[in-house]
Design a protein around this ligand. Structure first.
Ligand SMILES: [Zn+2]
Length: 182
């Protein structure tokens, strides 16, 4: 069986089945190949089950196809909508960005840099409103804490006490819907 081996100073052996079904083994520096391969054999059932769960999820995924021209239109809409949501939460949180930009990022909903600029992907527009608001509050909170420390989550939680549930739903949404620009 093929697998990717990543060695590090960790103490235990761990297996990961990645999105594409490939196997990754993380191992302590001195673990022997034999030991690793025995470990994989023992975990065979788990690997098979995890792979089929992943492919089921992939099949259940809803695909939205839009044209490049539509994408441009949605980007404009996203800018207006997100600017409005940022204004609302900026006032609540006492934090405002120096700029708001819209990109087409596939895997990141938003980001914030040290100059106080916030980027959102237009793909966010397709998500439920309460999840969009979570991303807005998350990025605005980065204006105060440019990390994911407990202090950062305290800022998020102060404005949005139920952020944990929204964060979880956003992760699920990411698996459920795929937007393709054709
Ligand atoms: Zn963040």
């Amino acid at each position: 069986m093929e697998y990717k081996l990543v060695r590090s100073k960790r103490k235990t052996l761990a297996l990961y089945v990645r999105q594409d079904g490939s196997l990754e083994v993380r191992a302590p520096l001195k673990t022997t190949k034999n030991y690793i391969e025995d470990f994989i054999l023992q975990k065979q059932d788990w690997i098979t089950a995890t792979r089929s769960k992943l492919s089921e999820r992939q099949e259940a995924k809803k695909t939205i196809r839009i044209s490049a021209a539509d994408a441009t239109k949605y980007k404009k809409q996203a800018k207006e909508y997100l600017q409005q949501r940022c204004r609302y939460y900026s006032e609540l949180m006492g934090l405002s960005p120096t700029a708001i930009r819209i990109n087409s990022a596939k895997t990141r909903w938003g980001s914030c840099n040290g100059s106080g600029e916030i980027n959102f992907t237009f793909r966010l527009l397709f998500a439920p409103e309460d999840l969009i608001d979570y991303v807005v509050v998350h990025e605005l909170a980065h204006l105060k804490e440019l990390n994911h420390s407990p202090a950062f989550w305290a800022v998020v939680g102060h404005t949005m006490p139920d952020y944990g549930a929204r964060r979880k739903r956003l992760r699920e949404y990411q698996h459920q819907v795929e937007l393709i620009i054709t």
